[in-house]
Design a protein around this ligand. Structure first.
Ligand code: ADP
Ligand code: MG
Length: 292
């Protein structure tokens, strides 16, 4: 493409709240045959709300909420924000943790009141060597459906579990169907649990789904698809998507998201609307057809 054509495209895109950071990657937009989407915050609104909680022996409800929300006080993750919001709604205090680490795709570790608090998924808890018998028993009694959850541990003991409700974006199904009509395969790639992932995948009729993947594994999956000869776009919103965005032919960051995701993307959709991906593809089509 000529510099002028690209300048025109970039300007038009900006009017539509689309930032083209790497114009060269835009050329791939015309040849895509695979678009892989992150789930939380990308296909879903990423504004989950706590729907249910359960405490285990030795933990009170107030303690559980205090530790979970305070540990996540500085978290950018949708689940973390939901926990903070939950505590605020209940009028419970949220404290600044003395230390805070985020382990993308797993959870957080924080020091609070001299205690070590972990908030994260099951794999994370298992890796930390936590006994999950009580939680297993709770699950086996059929107490919940396939919705996302995190576990909370305080000083090496399981304290509680929180379940979230996150809605699929209203435009998601339509956008995916339009892509499929263009002959583009759509995939779902998430760090969340298989059960939750499968439910969203079914709702949106995606071609392939991969769940419980860590950020680096997300990148490997993209690499694998490339090696099979696909021209791949990855669409994601979080730090956990950054490695995969960097690996894709066309990395697309969506929503306000995180700075890390935006920094590694070729294209940024500023509004949290999946239809803007179609707009960007159309723009690429026009831009590159004219110049040939
Ligand atoms: P996705 O790929 O769906 O955007 P992530 O990779 O961000 O999901 O997270 C994968 C899983 O790791 C989440 O479903 C959650 O169980 C856990 N997790 C990640 N970050 C956090 C956090 N800040 N607090 C609690 N759990 C987290
Ligand atoms: Mg996400």
């Amino acid at each position: 493409a000529t510099p002028t054509a690209i300048a025109v495209a970039t300007g038009k895109a900006a009017e539509e709240n689309i930032l083209i950071k790497n114009p060269e990657a835009l050329e791939y937009a015309n040849r895509l045959n695979y678009v892989v989407f992150d789930k939380t915050g990308t296909l879903t609104y990423g504004q989950p709300m706590v729907k249910k909680m359960e405490v285990f022996s030795g933990c009170s409800e107030e303690e559980a909420i205090f530790f979970a929300a305070s540990a996540e006080k500085n978290s950018e993750h949708p689940f973390g924000k939901a926990l903070v919001e939950f505590a605020r709604k209940r009028g419970l205090k949220v404290e600044e943790p003395d230390e805070f680490y985020y382990l993308p795709g797993k959870g957080v570790v924080a020091q609070l009141k001299g205690k070590e608090v972990l908030v994260g998924n099951r794999r994370f808890m298992e890796e930390a060597g936590l006994a999950l018998d009580e939680f297993e028993r709770f699950l086996s009694e059929g107490n919940i459906e396939g919705i996302s959850y995190v576990l909370v541990a305080v000083d090496g003991r399981l304290c509680s579990a929180f379940w979230f409700e996150d809605k699929v974006k209203e435009e998601a199904l339509e956008v995916l169907q339009i892509l499929k009509k263009k002959g583009i395969k759509v995939g779902l790639l998430t760090g969340d649990a298989w059960q939750t992932a499968k439910e969203v995948a079914k709702k949106l009729e995606v071609d392939e789904v991969w769940a419980e993947v860590l950020p680096q594994e997300k990148a490997l999956k993209i690499e694998e698809l490339r090696e099979k000869g696909n021209i791949v776009s990855m669409v994601g919103d979080g730090v956990n998507d950054a490695p995969a965005l960097a690996k894709a032919h066309l990395g697309v960051a969506i929503g306000s998201g995180t700075e890390v995701a935006s920094a590694t993307a070729d294209l940024i959709l500023i509004k949290n609307d999946l239809r803007d991906l179609l707009k960007a593809l159309r723009l690429a089509e026009i831009t590159y057809k004219k110049i040939k």
